[in-house]
Design a protein around this ligand. Structure first.
Ligand SMILES: Nc1ncnc2c1ncn2[C@@H]1O[C@H](COP(=O)(O)OP(=O)(O)OP(=O)(O)O)[C@@H](O)[C@H]1O
Ligand SMILES: [Mg+2]
Length: 260
């Protein structure tokens, strides 16, 4: 199962969700690969990647094989592919090739389906050839939405983009809309959730992620929340999300030895 985390709006918890859902799946024994496809490289930074080593762009442009770009984490069943700002230059190269511009990542990830239960792609906060590559490679998309009015307004262009891909390229499902930065008891958050459910009935995750500073702290410490603080709200929320995702996407576990 290949899942992209997408929203062209910045700071809605795409990276945080990719990391912590990935860690939740890995903890349960599912072989999981995270791909950092944002030239800002937040995920790579959190995971401590060395920017000098080959990364996503090198793999996509055939400068390095998969074995040279995949990196281990200290956590069982969890690997990742890092990125760097150089990906922007690679994106420009991709754009020049009209025939396969949107298919660079898919061409690569298809070869990994036997190795991993889950491949999670962290995407950049703007419409671009890279984001299109991420969506074309994915089977499902998770859309994190910050529970405030402006974020809901910003959803329409993304949904239009997804429809465009569904109509012209491939069958891409919305796995779920995820309410993030939720504040229990705050009317605006509650209304936003109801509005999302009204716009996309049955597509909004029952789980939401509450505002919790421990999530930012954990990222700053380079750790998924599961390996930083298991007594906080952020841990509970990502545990619930992991269970919900597994219910929607049942998978037979592969061992990580098989995976690497
Ligand atoms: N539930 C939360 N509570 C508090 N802080 C959070 C929460 N989720 C994420 N954060 C923090 O908010 C900031 C933005 O989160 P994140 O980087 O995951 O968003 P993003 O959508 O990936 O952003 P970008 O569009 O820039 O890639 C980060 O500092 C992160 O640690
Ligand atoms: Mg991000």
């Amino acid at each position: 199962m290949i899942i992209a985390f997408a929203n062209q709006k910045g700071g809605v918890a795409k990276t945080t969700t990719c990391l912590n859902l990935g860690a939740g799946l890995a903890l349960r024994g599912y072989s999981t690969l995270l791909i950092d496809s944002d030239p800002q490289a937040s995920l790579s930074c959190y995971l401590g990647a060395d920017a000098g080593k080959p990364g996503l762009g090198d793999w996509l442009m055939d400068r390095a094989p998969f074995d040279q770009v995949v990196r281990a984490t200290p956590h069982a069943n969890l690997s990742y592919i890092s990125t760097s700002e150089r990906l922007i230059a690679d994106e420009a190269l991709m754009e020049q090739d009209k025939f396969k511009a949107l298919h660079y990542l898919k061409r690569k990830t298809e070869t990994l389906r036997d190795r991993y239960n889950f491949i999670l792609i962290d995407t950049m906060p703007s419409f671009s050839v890279l984001l299109a590559n991420n969506l074309v490679a994915a089977d499902q998309v998770v859309i994190p939405v910050k529970l405030e009015w402006l974020s809901i307004q910003g959803l329409a262009p993304l949904l239009a983009k997804l429809r465009d891909i569904q109509d012209n390229v491939k069958d891409l499902q919305i796995l779920g809309i995820l309410g993030t930065f939720n504040r229990k008891g705050v009317t605006e958050c509650h209304k936003c959730l109801s509005e999302l459910e009204a716009q996309l009935p049955g597509r909004v995750f029952a789980s939401t992620i509450q505002l919790n500073s421990k999530l930012a702290e954990a990222a700053g410490a380079g750790k998924p929340i599961q390996h930083y603080d298991r007594l906080c709200q952020g841990f509970d929320d990502y545990e619930k999300l992991t269970e919900e995702v597994l219910k929607k996407c049942p998978a037979k576990k592969k061992t990580h030895a098989e995976a690497r």
